[in-house]
Design a protein around this ligand. Structure first.
Ligand code: C2E
Ligand code: MG
Ligand code: MG
Length: 607
């Protein structure tokens, strides 16, 4: 067996052109005779004496044709044939099945197993060589045809320069996507990308380099969007057509590219993708002694509001692209005016927020948390404010989501902590009663890998007793991927902090997790407090307070605005109370006065 392999390999390397035949038969004499006949015809031969050996040699030797005896030990020839047909290279290889029986049924079985030809023993040795040549020729012709067909299919659907799908596949893709969006009632976004001043660049660097530039642009688009799974036209996506979500990239020609996002949930996602593209394409491109910077202009149209059919969507994305050019290029524009205005507003806010953080425009307010038993202020929630030079006070509800999206929230969160520590040091110097400070941690901050490390370092250097610091985490942040978050919360808890679940009741808490989370406080969401006069609202508040008691957690109600709400919560013996009725969030200067105040009169009027 080894000998055969060595021999066939050496003869193959002498002449790469010679075809190789795998002869599988358990009868040594048959193999010998076959070998002699075939070698005389200028063919190389490898021999297998069993089914498994034949399979093994097929994979390792890559023969051009196979002889299979039906009766072999280990695995019969029919099974070997079936298995080879199932392998990547085995689909088209000519297979000749050789057997002793020539009844109709066994011949049918041979063809069903995938045989190309069927021969019965005894073989006519004089004709064997000719038959093999004939089969090989037919197989070569078939393969050449198939290659040509693949090539034609490729050229019909792909751009040969960048290997991206071309205009024709783009049109078909868009059609399919819109149909699916219609069926599933989802949205899609079409982006038209045109390179700014490409003609001028192309003329100045020469067309050869211009081509390479386009290839690089295609590569960047693909890499940037790969996680969204660029389409491979030939792969069979039809199977899971309705579940398929993805990004289709195409080159329409020249310097025009398109990206189609299907099943988009919101325009923010589309914007994020547009920005990623803008950023990635605008990096300098290295082209031997030239490093041109090519910026794109991107026009975006959304299905269905900007067009229900491919034509109008394409036209409107194109219009939006021209608007982007008119706007000064290197930017994206939505076709829809309202979306445009929103996008421009968001971008402006991002830039202004960046400026604000470096220029002392952020401030903190503190809202007291009152103990329902003693009437004393035992905690303060730090709430950030943005003193905007034009718009006045901007509420965190407006800029926290922006900071989250850009990642600025991490820096912002650190600023909040340091400012809290500074304020606490000042208050402590005044000899006030002990109190706790709660700091809000946004989901993105919580998901940062370095949060615990930062907090630990912060606690050490700020000299703040850790038990005086409470982090408010939102229910949805900790419940998403709860299993991982248990460890994360432990890490924070190990620092000695208090942990509260903010806006409790609005997410979907699993009680089994809640039991395992190392948390101290449940903070009833203010919407339930606002709803207390309805039976449903009251029932939820009752349930949360009962749950907190069972789990031995502190419970706090926020957003208390009316005496009736306060009354209800005091009666239920909700531990802590917070809301405008007791106090709005105040300036740091007002905190000392608050801490000395007692709210008993307000909690139990007339007692
Ligand atoms: P939150 O943590 O649930 O904060 C409570 C919000 O309710 C605060 O709004 C507070 O001013 C407001 N509030 C307090 N009492 C009442 C009341 O009686 N009635 C009503 N209607 N509202 C009341 P604010 O300050 O606008 O903050 C909104 C949200 O912004 C906060 O919700 C929190 O999620 C976030 N936030 C505020 N400061 C920070 C911060 O420093 N970092 C992070 N990551 N998020 C913050
Ligand atoms: Mg809060
Ligand atoms: Mg809250």
């Amino acid at each position: 067996m080894n000998q055969v392999t060595i021999r066939s390999m050496s003869s193959r390397s002498q002449s790469a052109q010679r075809a190789k035949v795998l002869v599988s038969d358990d009868d040594f004499n048959v193999r010998l005779l076959t070998r002699q006949c075939l070698e005389a015809e200028g063919l190389d031969v490898v021999e297998a004496s069993s089914g498994p050996e034949a399979l093994d040699l097929f994979v390792r030797e890559r023969p051009d044709l196979i002889f299979l005896d039906v009766e072999m030990p280990g695995m019969d020839g029919l099974e070997v044939c079936r298995r080879i047909r199932g392998l990547p290279q085995g689909e088209t290889i000519p297979i000749m099945i050789v057997t002793g029986s020539d009844d109709r049924e066994s011949i049918d079985k041979g063809f069903e197993a995938g045989a190309t030809q069927y021969k019965t023993k005894p073989l006519n040795w004089s004709l064997l060589g000719r038959d093999v040549h004939y089969m090989l020729r037919a197989s070569n012709a078939f393969n050449a045809l198939k290659r040509q067909e693949d090539r034609l299919r490729y050229l019909a659907y792909y751009d040969p320069l960048t290997s991206l799908p071309n205009r024709r596949s783009f049109t078909e893709q868009l059609n399919r996507i819109l149909k699916r969006c219609q069926r599933n009632d989802t949205h899609a976004a079409l982006m038209f990308i045109d390179l700014d001043h490409f003609k001028r660049i192309n003329d100045s660097i020469g067309h050869g380099r211009g081509d390479r530039l386009l290839v690089e642009i295609a590569k960047r688009l693909t890499l940037e969007l790969r996680e969204d799974d660029a389409i491979n036209y030939f792969s069979d996506k039809n199977a899971a057509e309705d579940d398929y979500q993805g990004t289709e990239i195409a080159r329409l020609g020249g310097d025009e590219f398109t990206v189609v996002l299907s099943d988009v949930a919101d325009t923010l996602h589309v914007e994020r993708v547009a920005r990623r593209i803008l950023n990635s394409l605008s990096q300098p491109i290295a082209l031997q002694s030239h490093n041109p910077v090519v910026t794109p202009s991107i026009g975006i149209a959304i299905y269905p509001q900007d067009g229900c059919d491919p034509d109008s969507l394409v036209r409107n994305a194109d219009t939006a692209m021209y608007a982007a050019k008119a706007e000064g290029r290197a930017c994206y524009r939505f076709y829809n005016e309202k979306m445009n205005a929103q996008a421009v507003e968001q971008l402006k806010m991002e830039e202004e927020l960046r400026y604000a953080m470096g220029h002392d425009q952020l401030e903190l307010r503190y809202q007291p948390q009152v103990d329902s038993a003693s009437g004393a202020v035992v905690g303060l929630e730090a709430l950030v404010r943005w003193k905007h030079p034009e718009h006045g006070m901007v509420s965190p509800g407006e800029f926290i989501p922006v900071a989250e999206r850009t990642g600025q929230i991490v820096e912002l969160g650190e600023w909040v902590m340091h400012t809290v520590a500074k304020d606490c040091r000042h208050w402590d110097s005044l000899g006030l009663p002990d109190f706790r400070v709660s700091v809000n941690i946004s989901p993105l901050q919580f998901n940062q890998a370095g949060l615990a490390r930062f907090v630990r370092a912060f606690v050490e250097q700020s000299e703040m007793a850790p038990h005086r610091l409470e982090l408010e985490l939102t229910e949805s942040a900790i419940m998403t991927d709860a299993e991982t978050n248990i460890a994360k919360l432990r890490e924070l808890k190990d620092i000695g902090l208090e942990l509260a679940v903010d806006d409790f009741g609005t997410g979907y808490s699993s009680l089994s997790y809640l039991k395992r989370f190392p948390i101290d406080t449940l903070k009833i969401d203010q919407s339930f407090v606002a709803d207390l006069n309805s039976p449903d609202g009251a029932a939820i508040v009752d349930a949360i307070i009962a749950l907190a008691r069972t789990l031995k957690l502190r419970v706090i109600a926020e957003g208390i605005e009316t005496p009736e709400q306060l009354d209800y919560l005091v009666k239920l013996r909700c531990d802590l109370l917070q809301g405008y009725l007791l106090s709005t969030p105040v300036y740091p200067e007002e905190v000392p006065e608050l801490l000395r105040r007692n709210y008993l009169d307000q909690l139990y009027p007339g007692e």
